[in-house]
Design a protein around this ligand. Structure first.
Ligand SMILES: Nc1ncnc2c1ncn2[C@@H]1O[C@H](COP(=O)(O)OP(=O)(O)OP(=O)(O)O)[C@@H](O)[C@H]1O
Ligand SMILES: [Mg+2]
Length: 281
């Protein structure tokens, strides 16, 4: 088997005394679409920022193509939870800016054409000249996606790219992702808190336990066959099997651990306060 494109070994990260991630291990191979699914606040963005090279781990190693990740690279494009477009530039110019940085050898006309091609892929050919404020949330996220794809990175990192959208727009963009991935076969790591979304899109799901000290469970291969059509999934026993496997992990490693920890903390603080009450003033 070939070497993984991305490899995380025993990665840990704390903010001050708060351990957010512990012993995170992950392998991603070229051409895979992997979804990491986890609870809100468990450390998903922290993990993505480390893979993007924006944040250093406290423990462990992150390797890309066998080399330690030491900073950002155009080979690892990150699409954020919120669209992060430059508000004073049109959709076309937002994409062009990234294309120019990634492919400095292209002429202005080639950059324009390259950017336009990707905006057309995400069905925004009619809105090239509009600024972000003139676009709906779904359209803005399409621009972000076009920008990420147009950079043609070795791996596309998507941090809850559909999280800020209403349910209908979200479903529409999920279908768009399915279609694009069938055409493009990119290597993608996507983070989401939506199990159905993950099963619809991924080749493999890595479930993240709830923090503090969140970590990945064993990876769950998605057996639901492709091409996937959301309207038919409900009748597909593989889909239900995959969905259940992910939910089972998440429910077993969910915030009840935190609740237990909170209840232990409460008990400890009750003991502390009664100790304080008997302390002579
Ligand atoms: N710079 C920071 N300093 C201190 N604490 C932080 C910092 N960034 C994140 N945290 C804390 O670390 C934990 C994980 O944050 P993170 O943003 O990685 O979670 P997440 O899984 O992406 O959450 P969400 O699903 O809401 O996006 C949270 O408790 C958060 O408050
Ligand atoms: Mg996040």
């Amino acid at each position: 088997m070939s070497a993984p494109m991305l490899e995380l070994r025993g990665v840990g990260k704390s903010y001050g005394s708060r351990a957010v991630l512990r012993d995170v291990n992950l392998h991603i191979f070229e051409g895979e679409f992997v979804c990491a699914v986890g609870y809100s606040g468990s450390g998903k963005t922290t993990l993505m920022n480390m893979i993007a090279g924006l944040l250093a781990p406290d423990k462990g190693e992150l390797l890309f193509d066998g080399t330690p990740i030491q900073g950002p690279s155009l080979n690892r494009a990150l699409i954020f939870q919120n669209y992060s477009l430059l508000p004073w530039l049109s959709a076309q110019r937002n994409v062009e800016l990234a294309v120019r940085e990634r492919f400095p050898e292209l002429s202005s006309a080639e950059v324009r054409e390259h950017a336009r091609r990707y905006l057309q892929k995400v069905k925004l050919g009619h809105a090239l000249d509009r600024r972000p404020t003139e676009l709906s949330g779904g359209m803005r996220q399409r621009v972000s996606l076009a920008r990420g794809l147009a950079m043609e990175p070795q791996i596309l990192l998507l941090d809850e790219p559909l999280g800020a959208l209403d349910a209908l727009t979200r479903a529409e963009l999920q279908d768009e992702f399915v279609r694009l991935q069938e055409q493009e076969h990119r290597t993608i790591l996507m983070i989401t808190n939506d199990v159905d979304e993950a099963v619809l899109l991924a080749d493999r799901i890595v479930p993240l336990s709830a923090g503090p000290g969140a970590t990945f469970g064993a990876s769950i291969p998605i057996t639901t066959s492709r091409p996937r059509d959301r309207r038919k999934l409900n009748d597909d026993p593989c889909y239900h099997h995959d969905r259940k496997a992910v939910l089972r992990y998440l429910l077993a490693h969910g915030p009840q651990d935190t609740a237990r920890a909170a209840s232990r903390r409460q008990q400890r603080s009750a003991v502390m306060s009664s100790a304080l009450e008997v302390t002579p003033v």
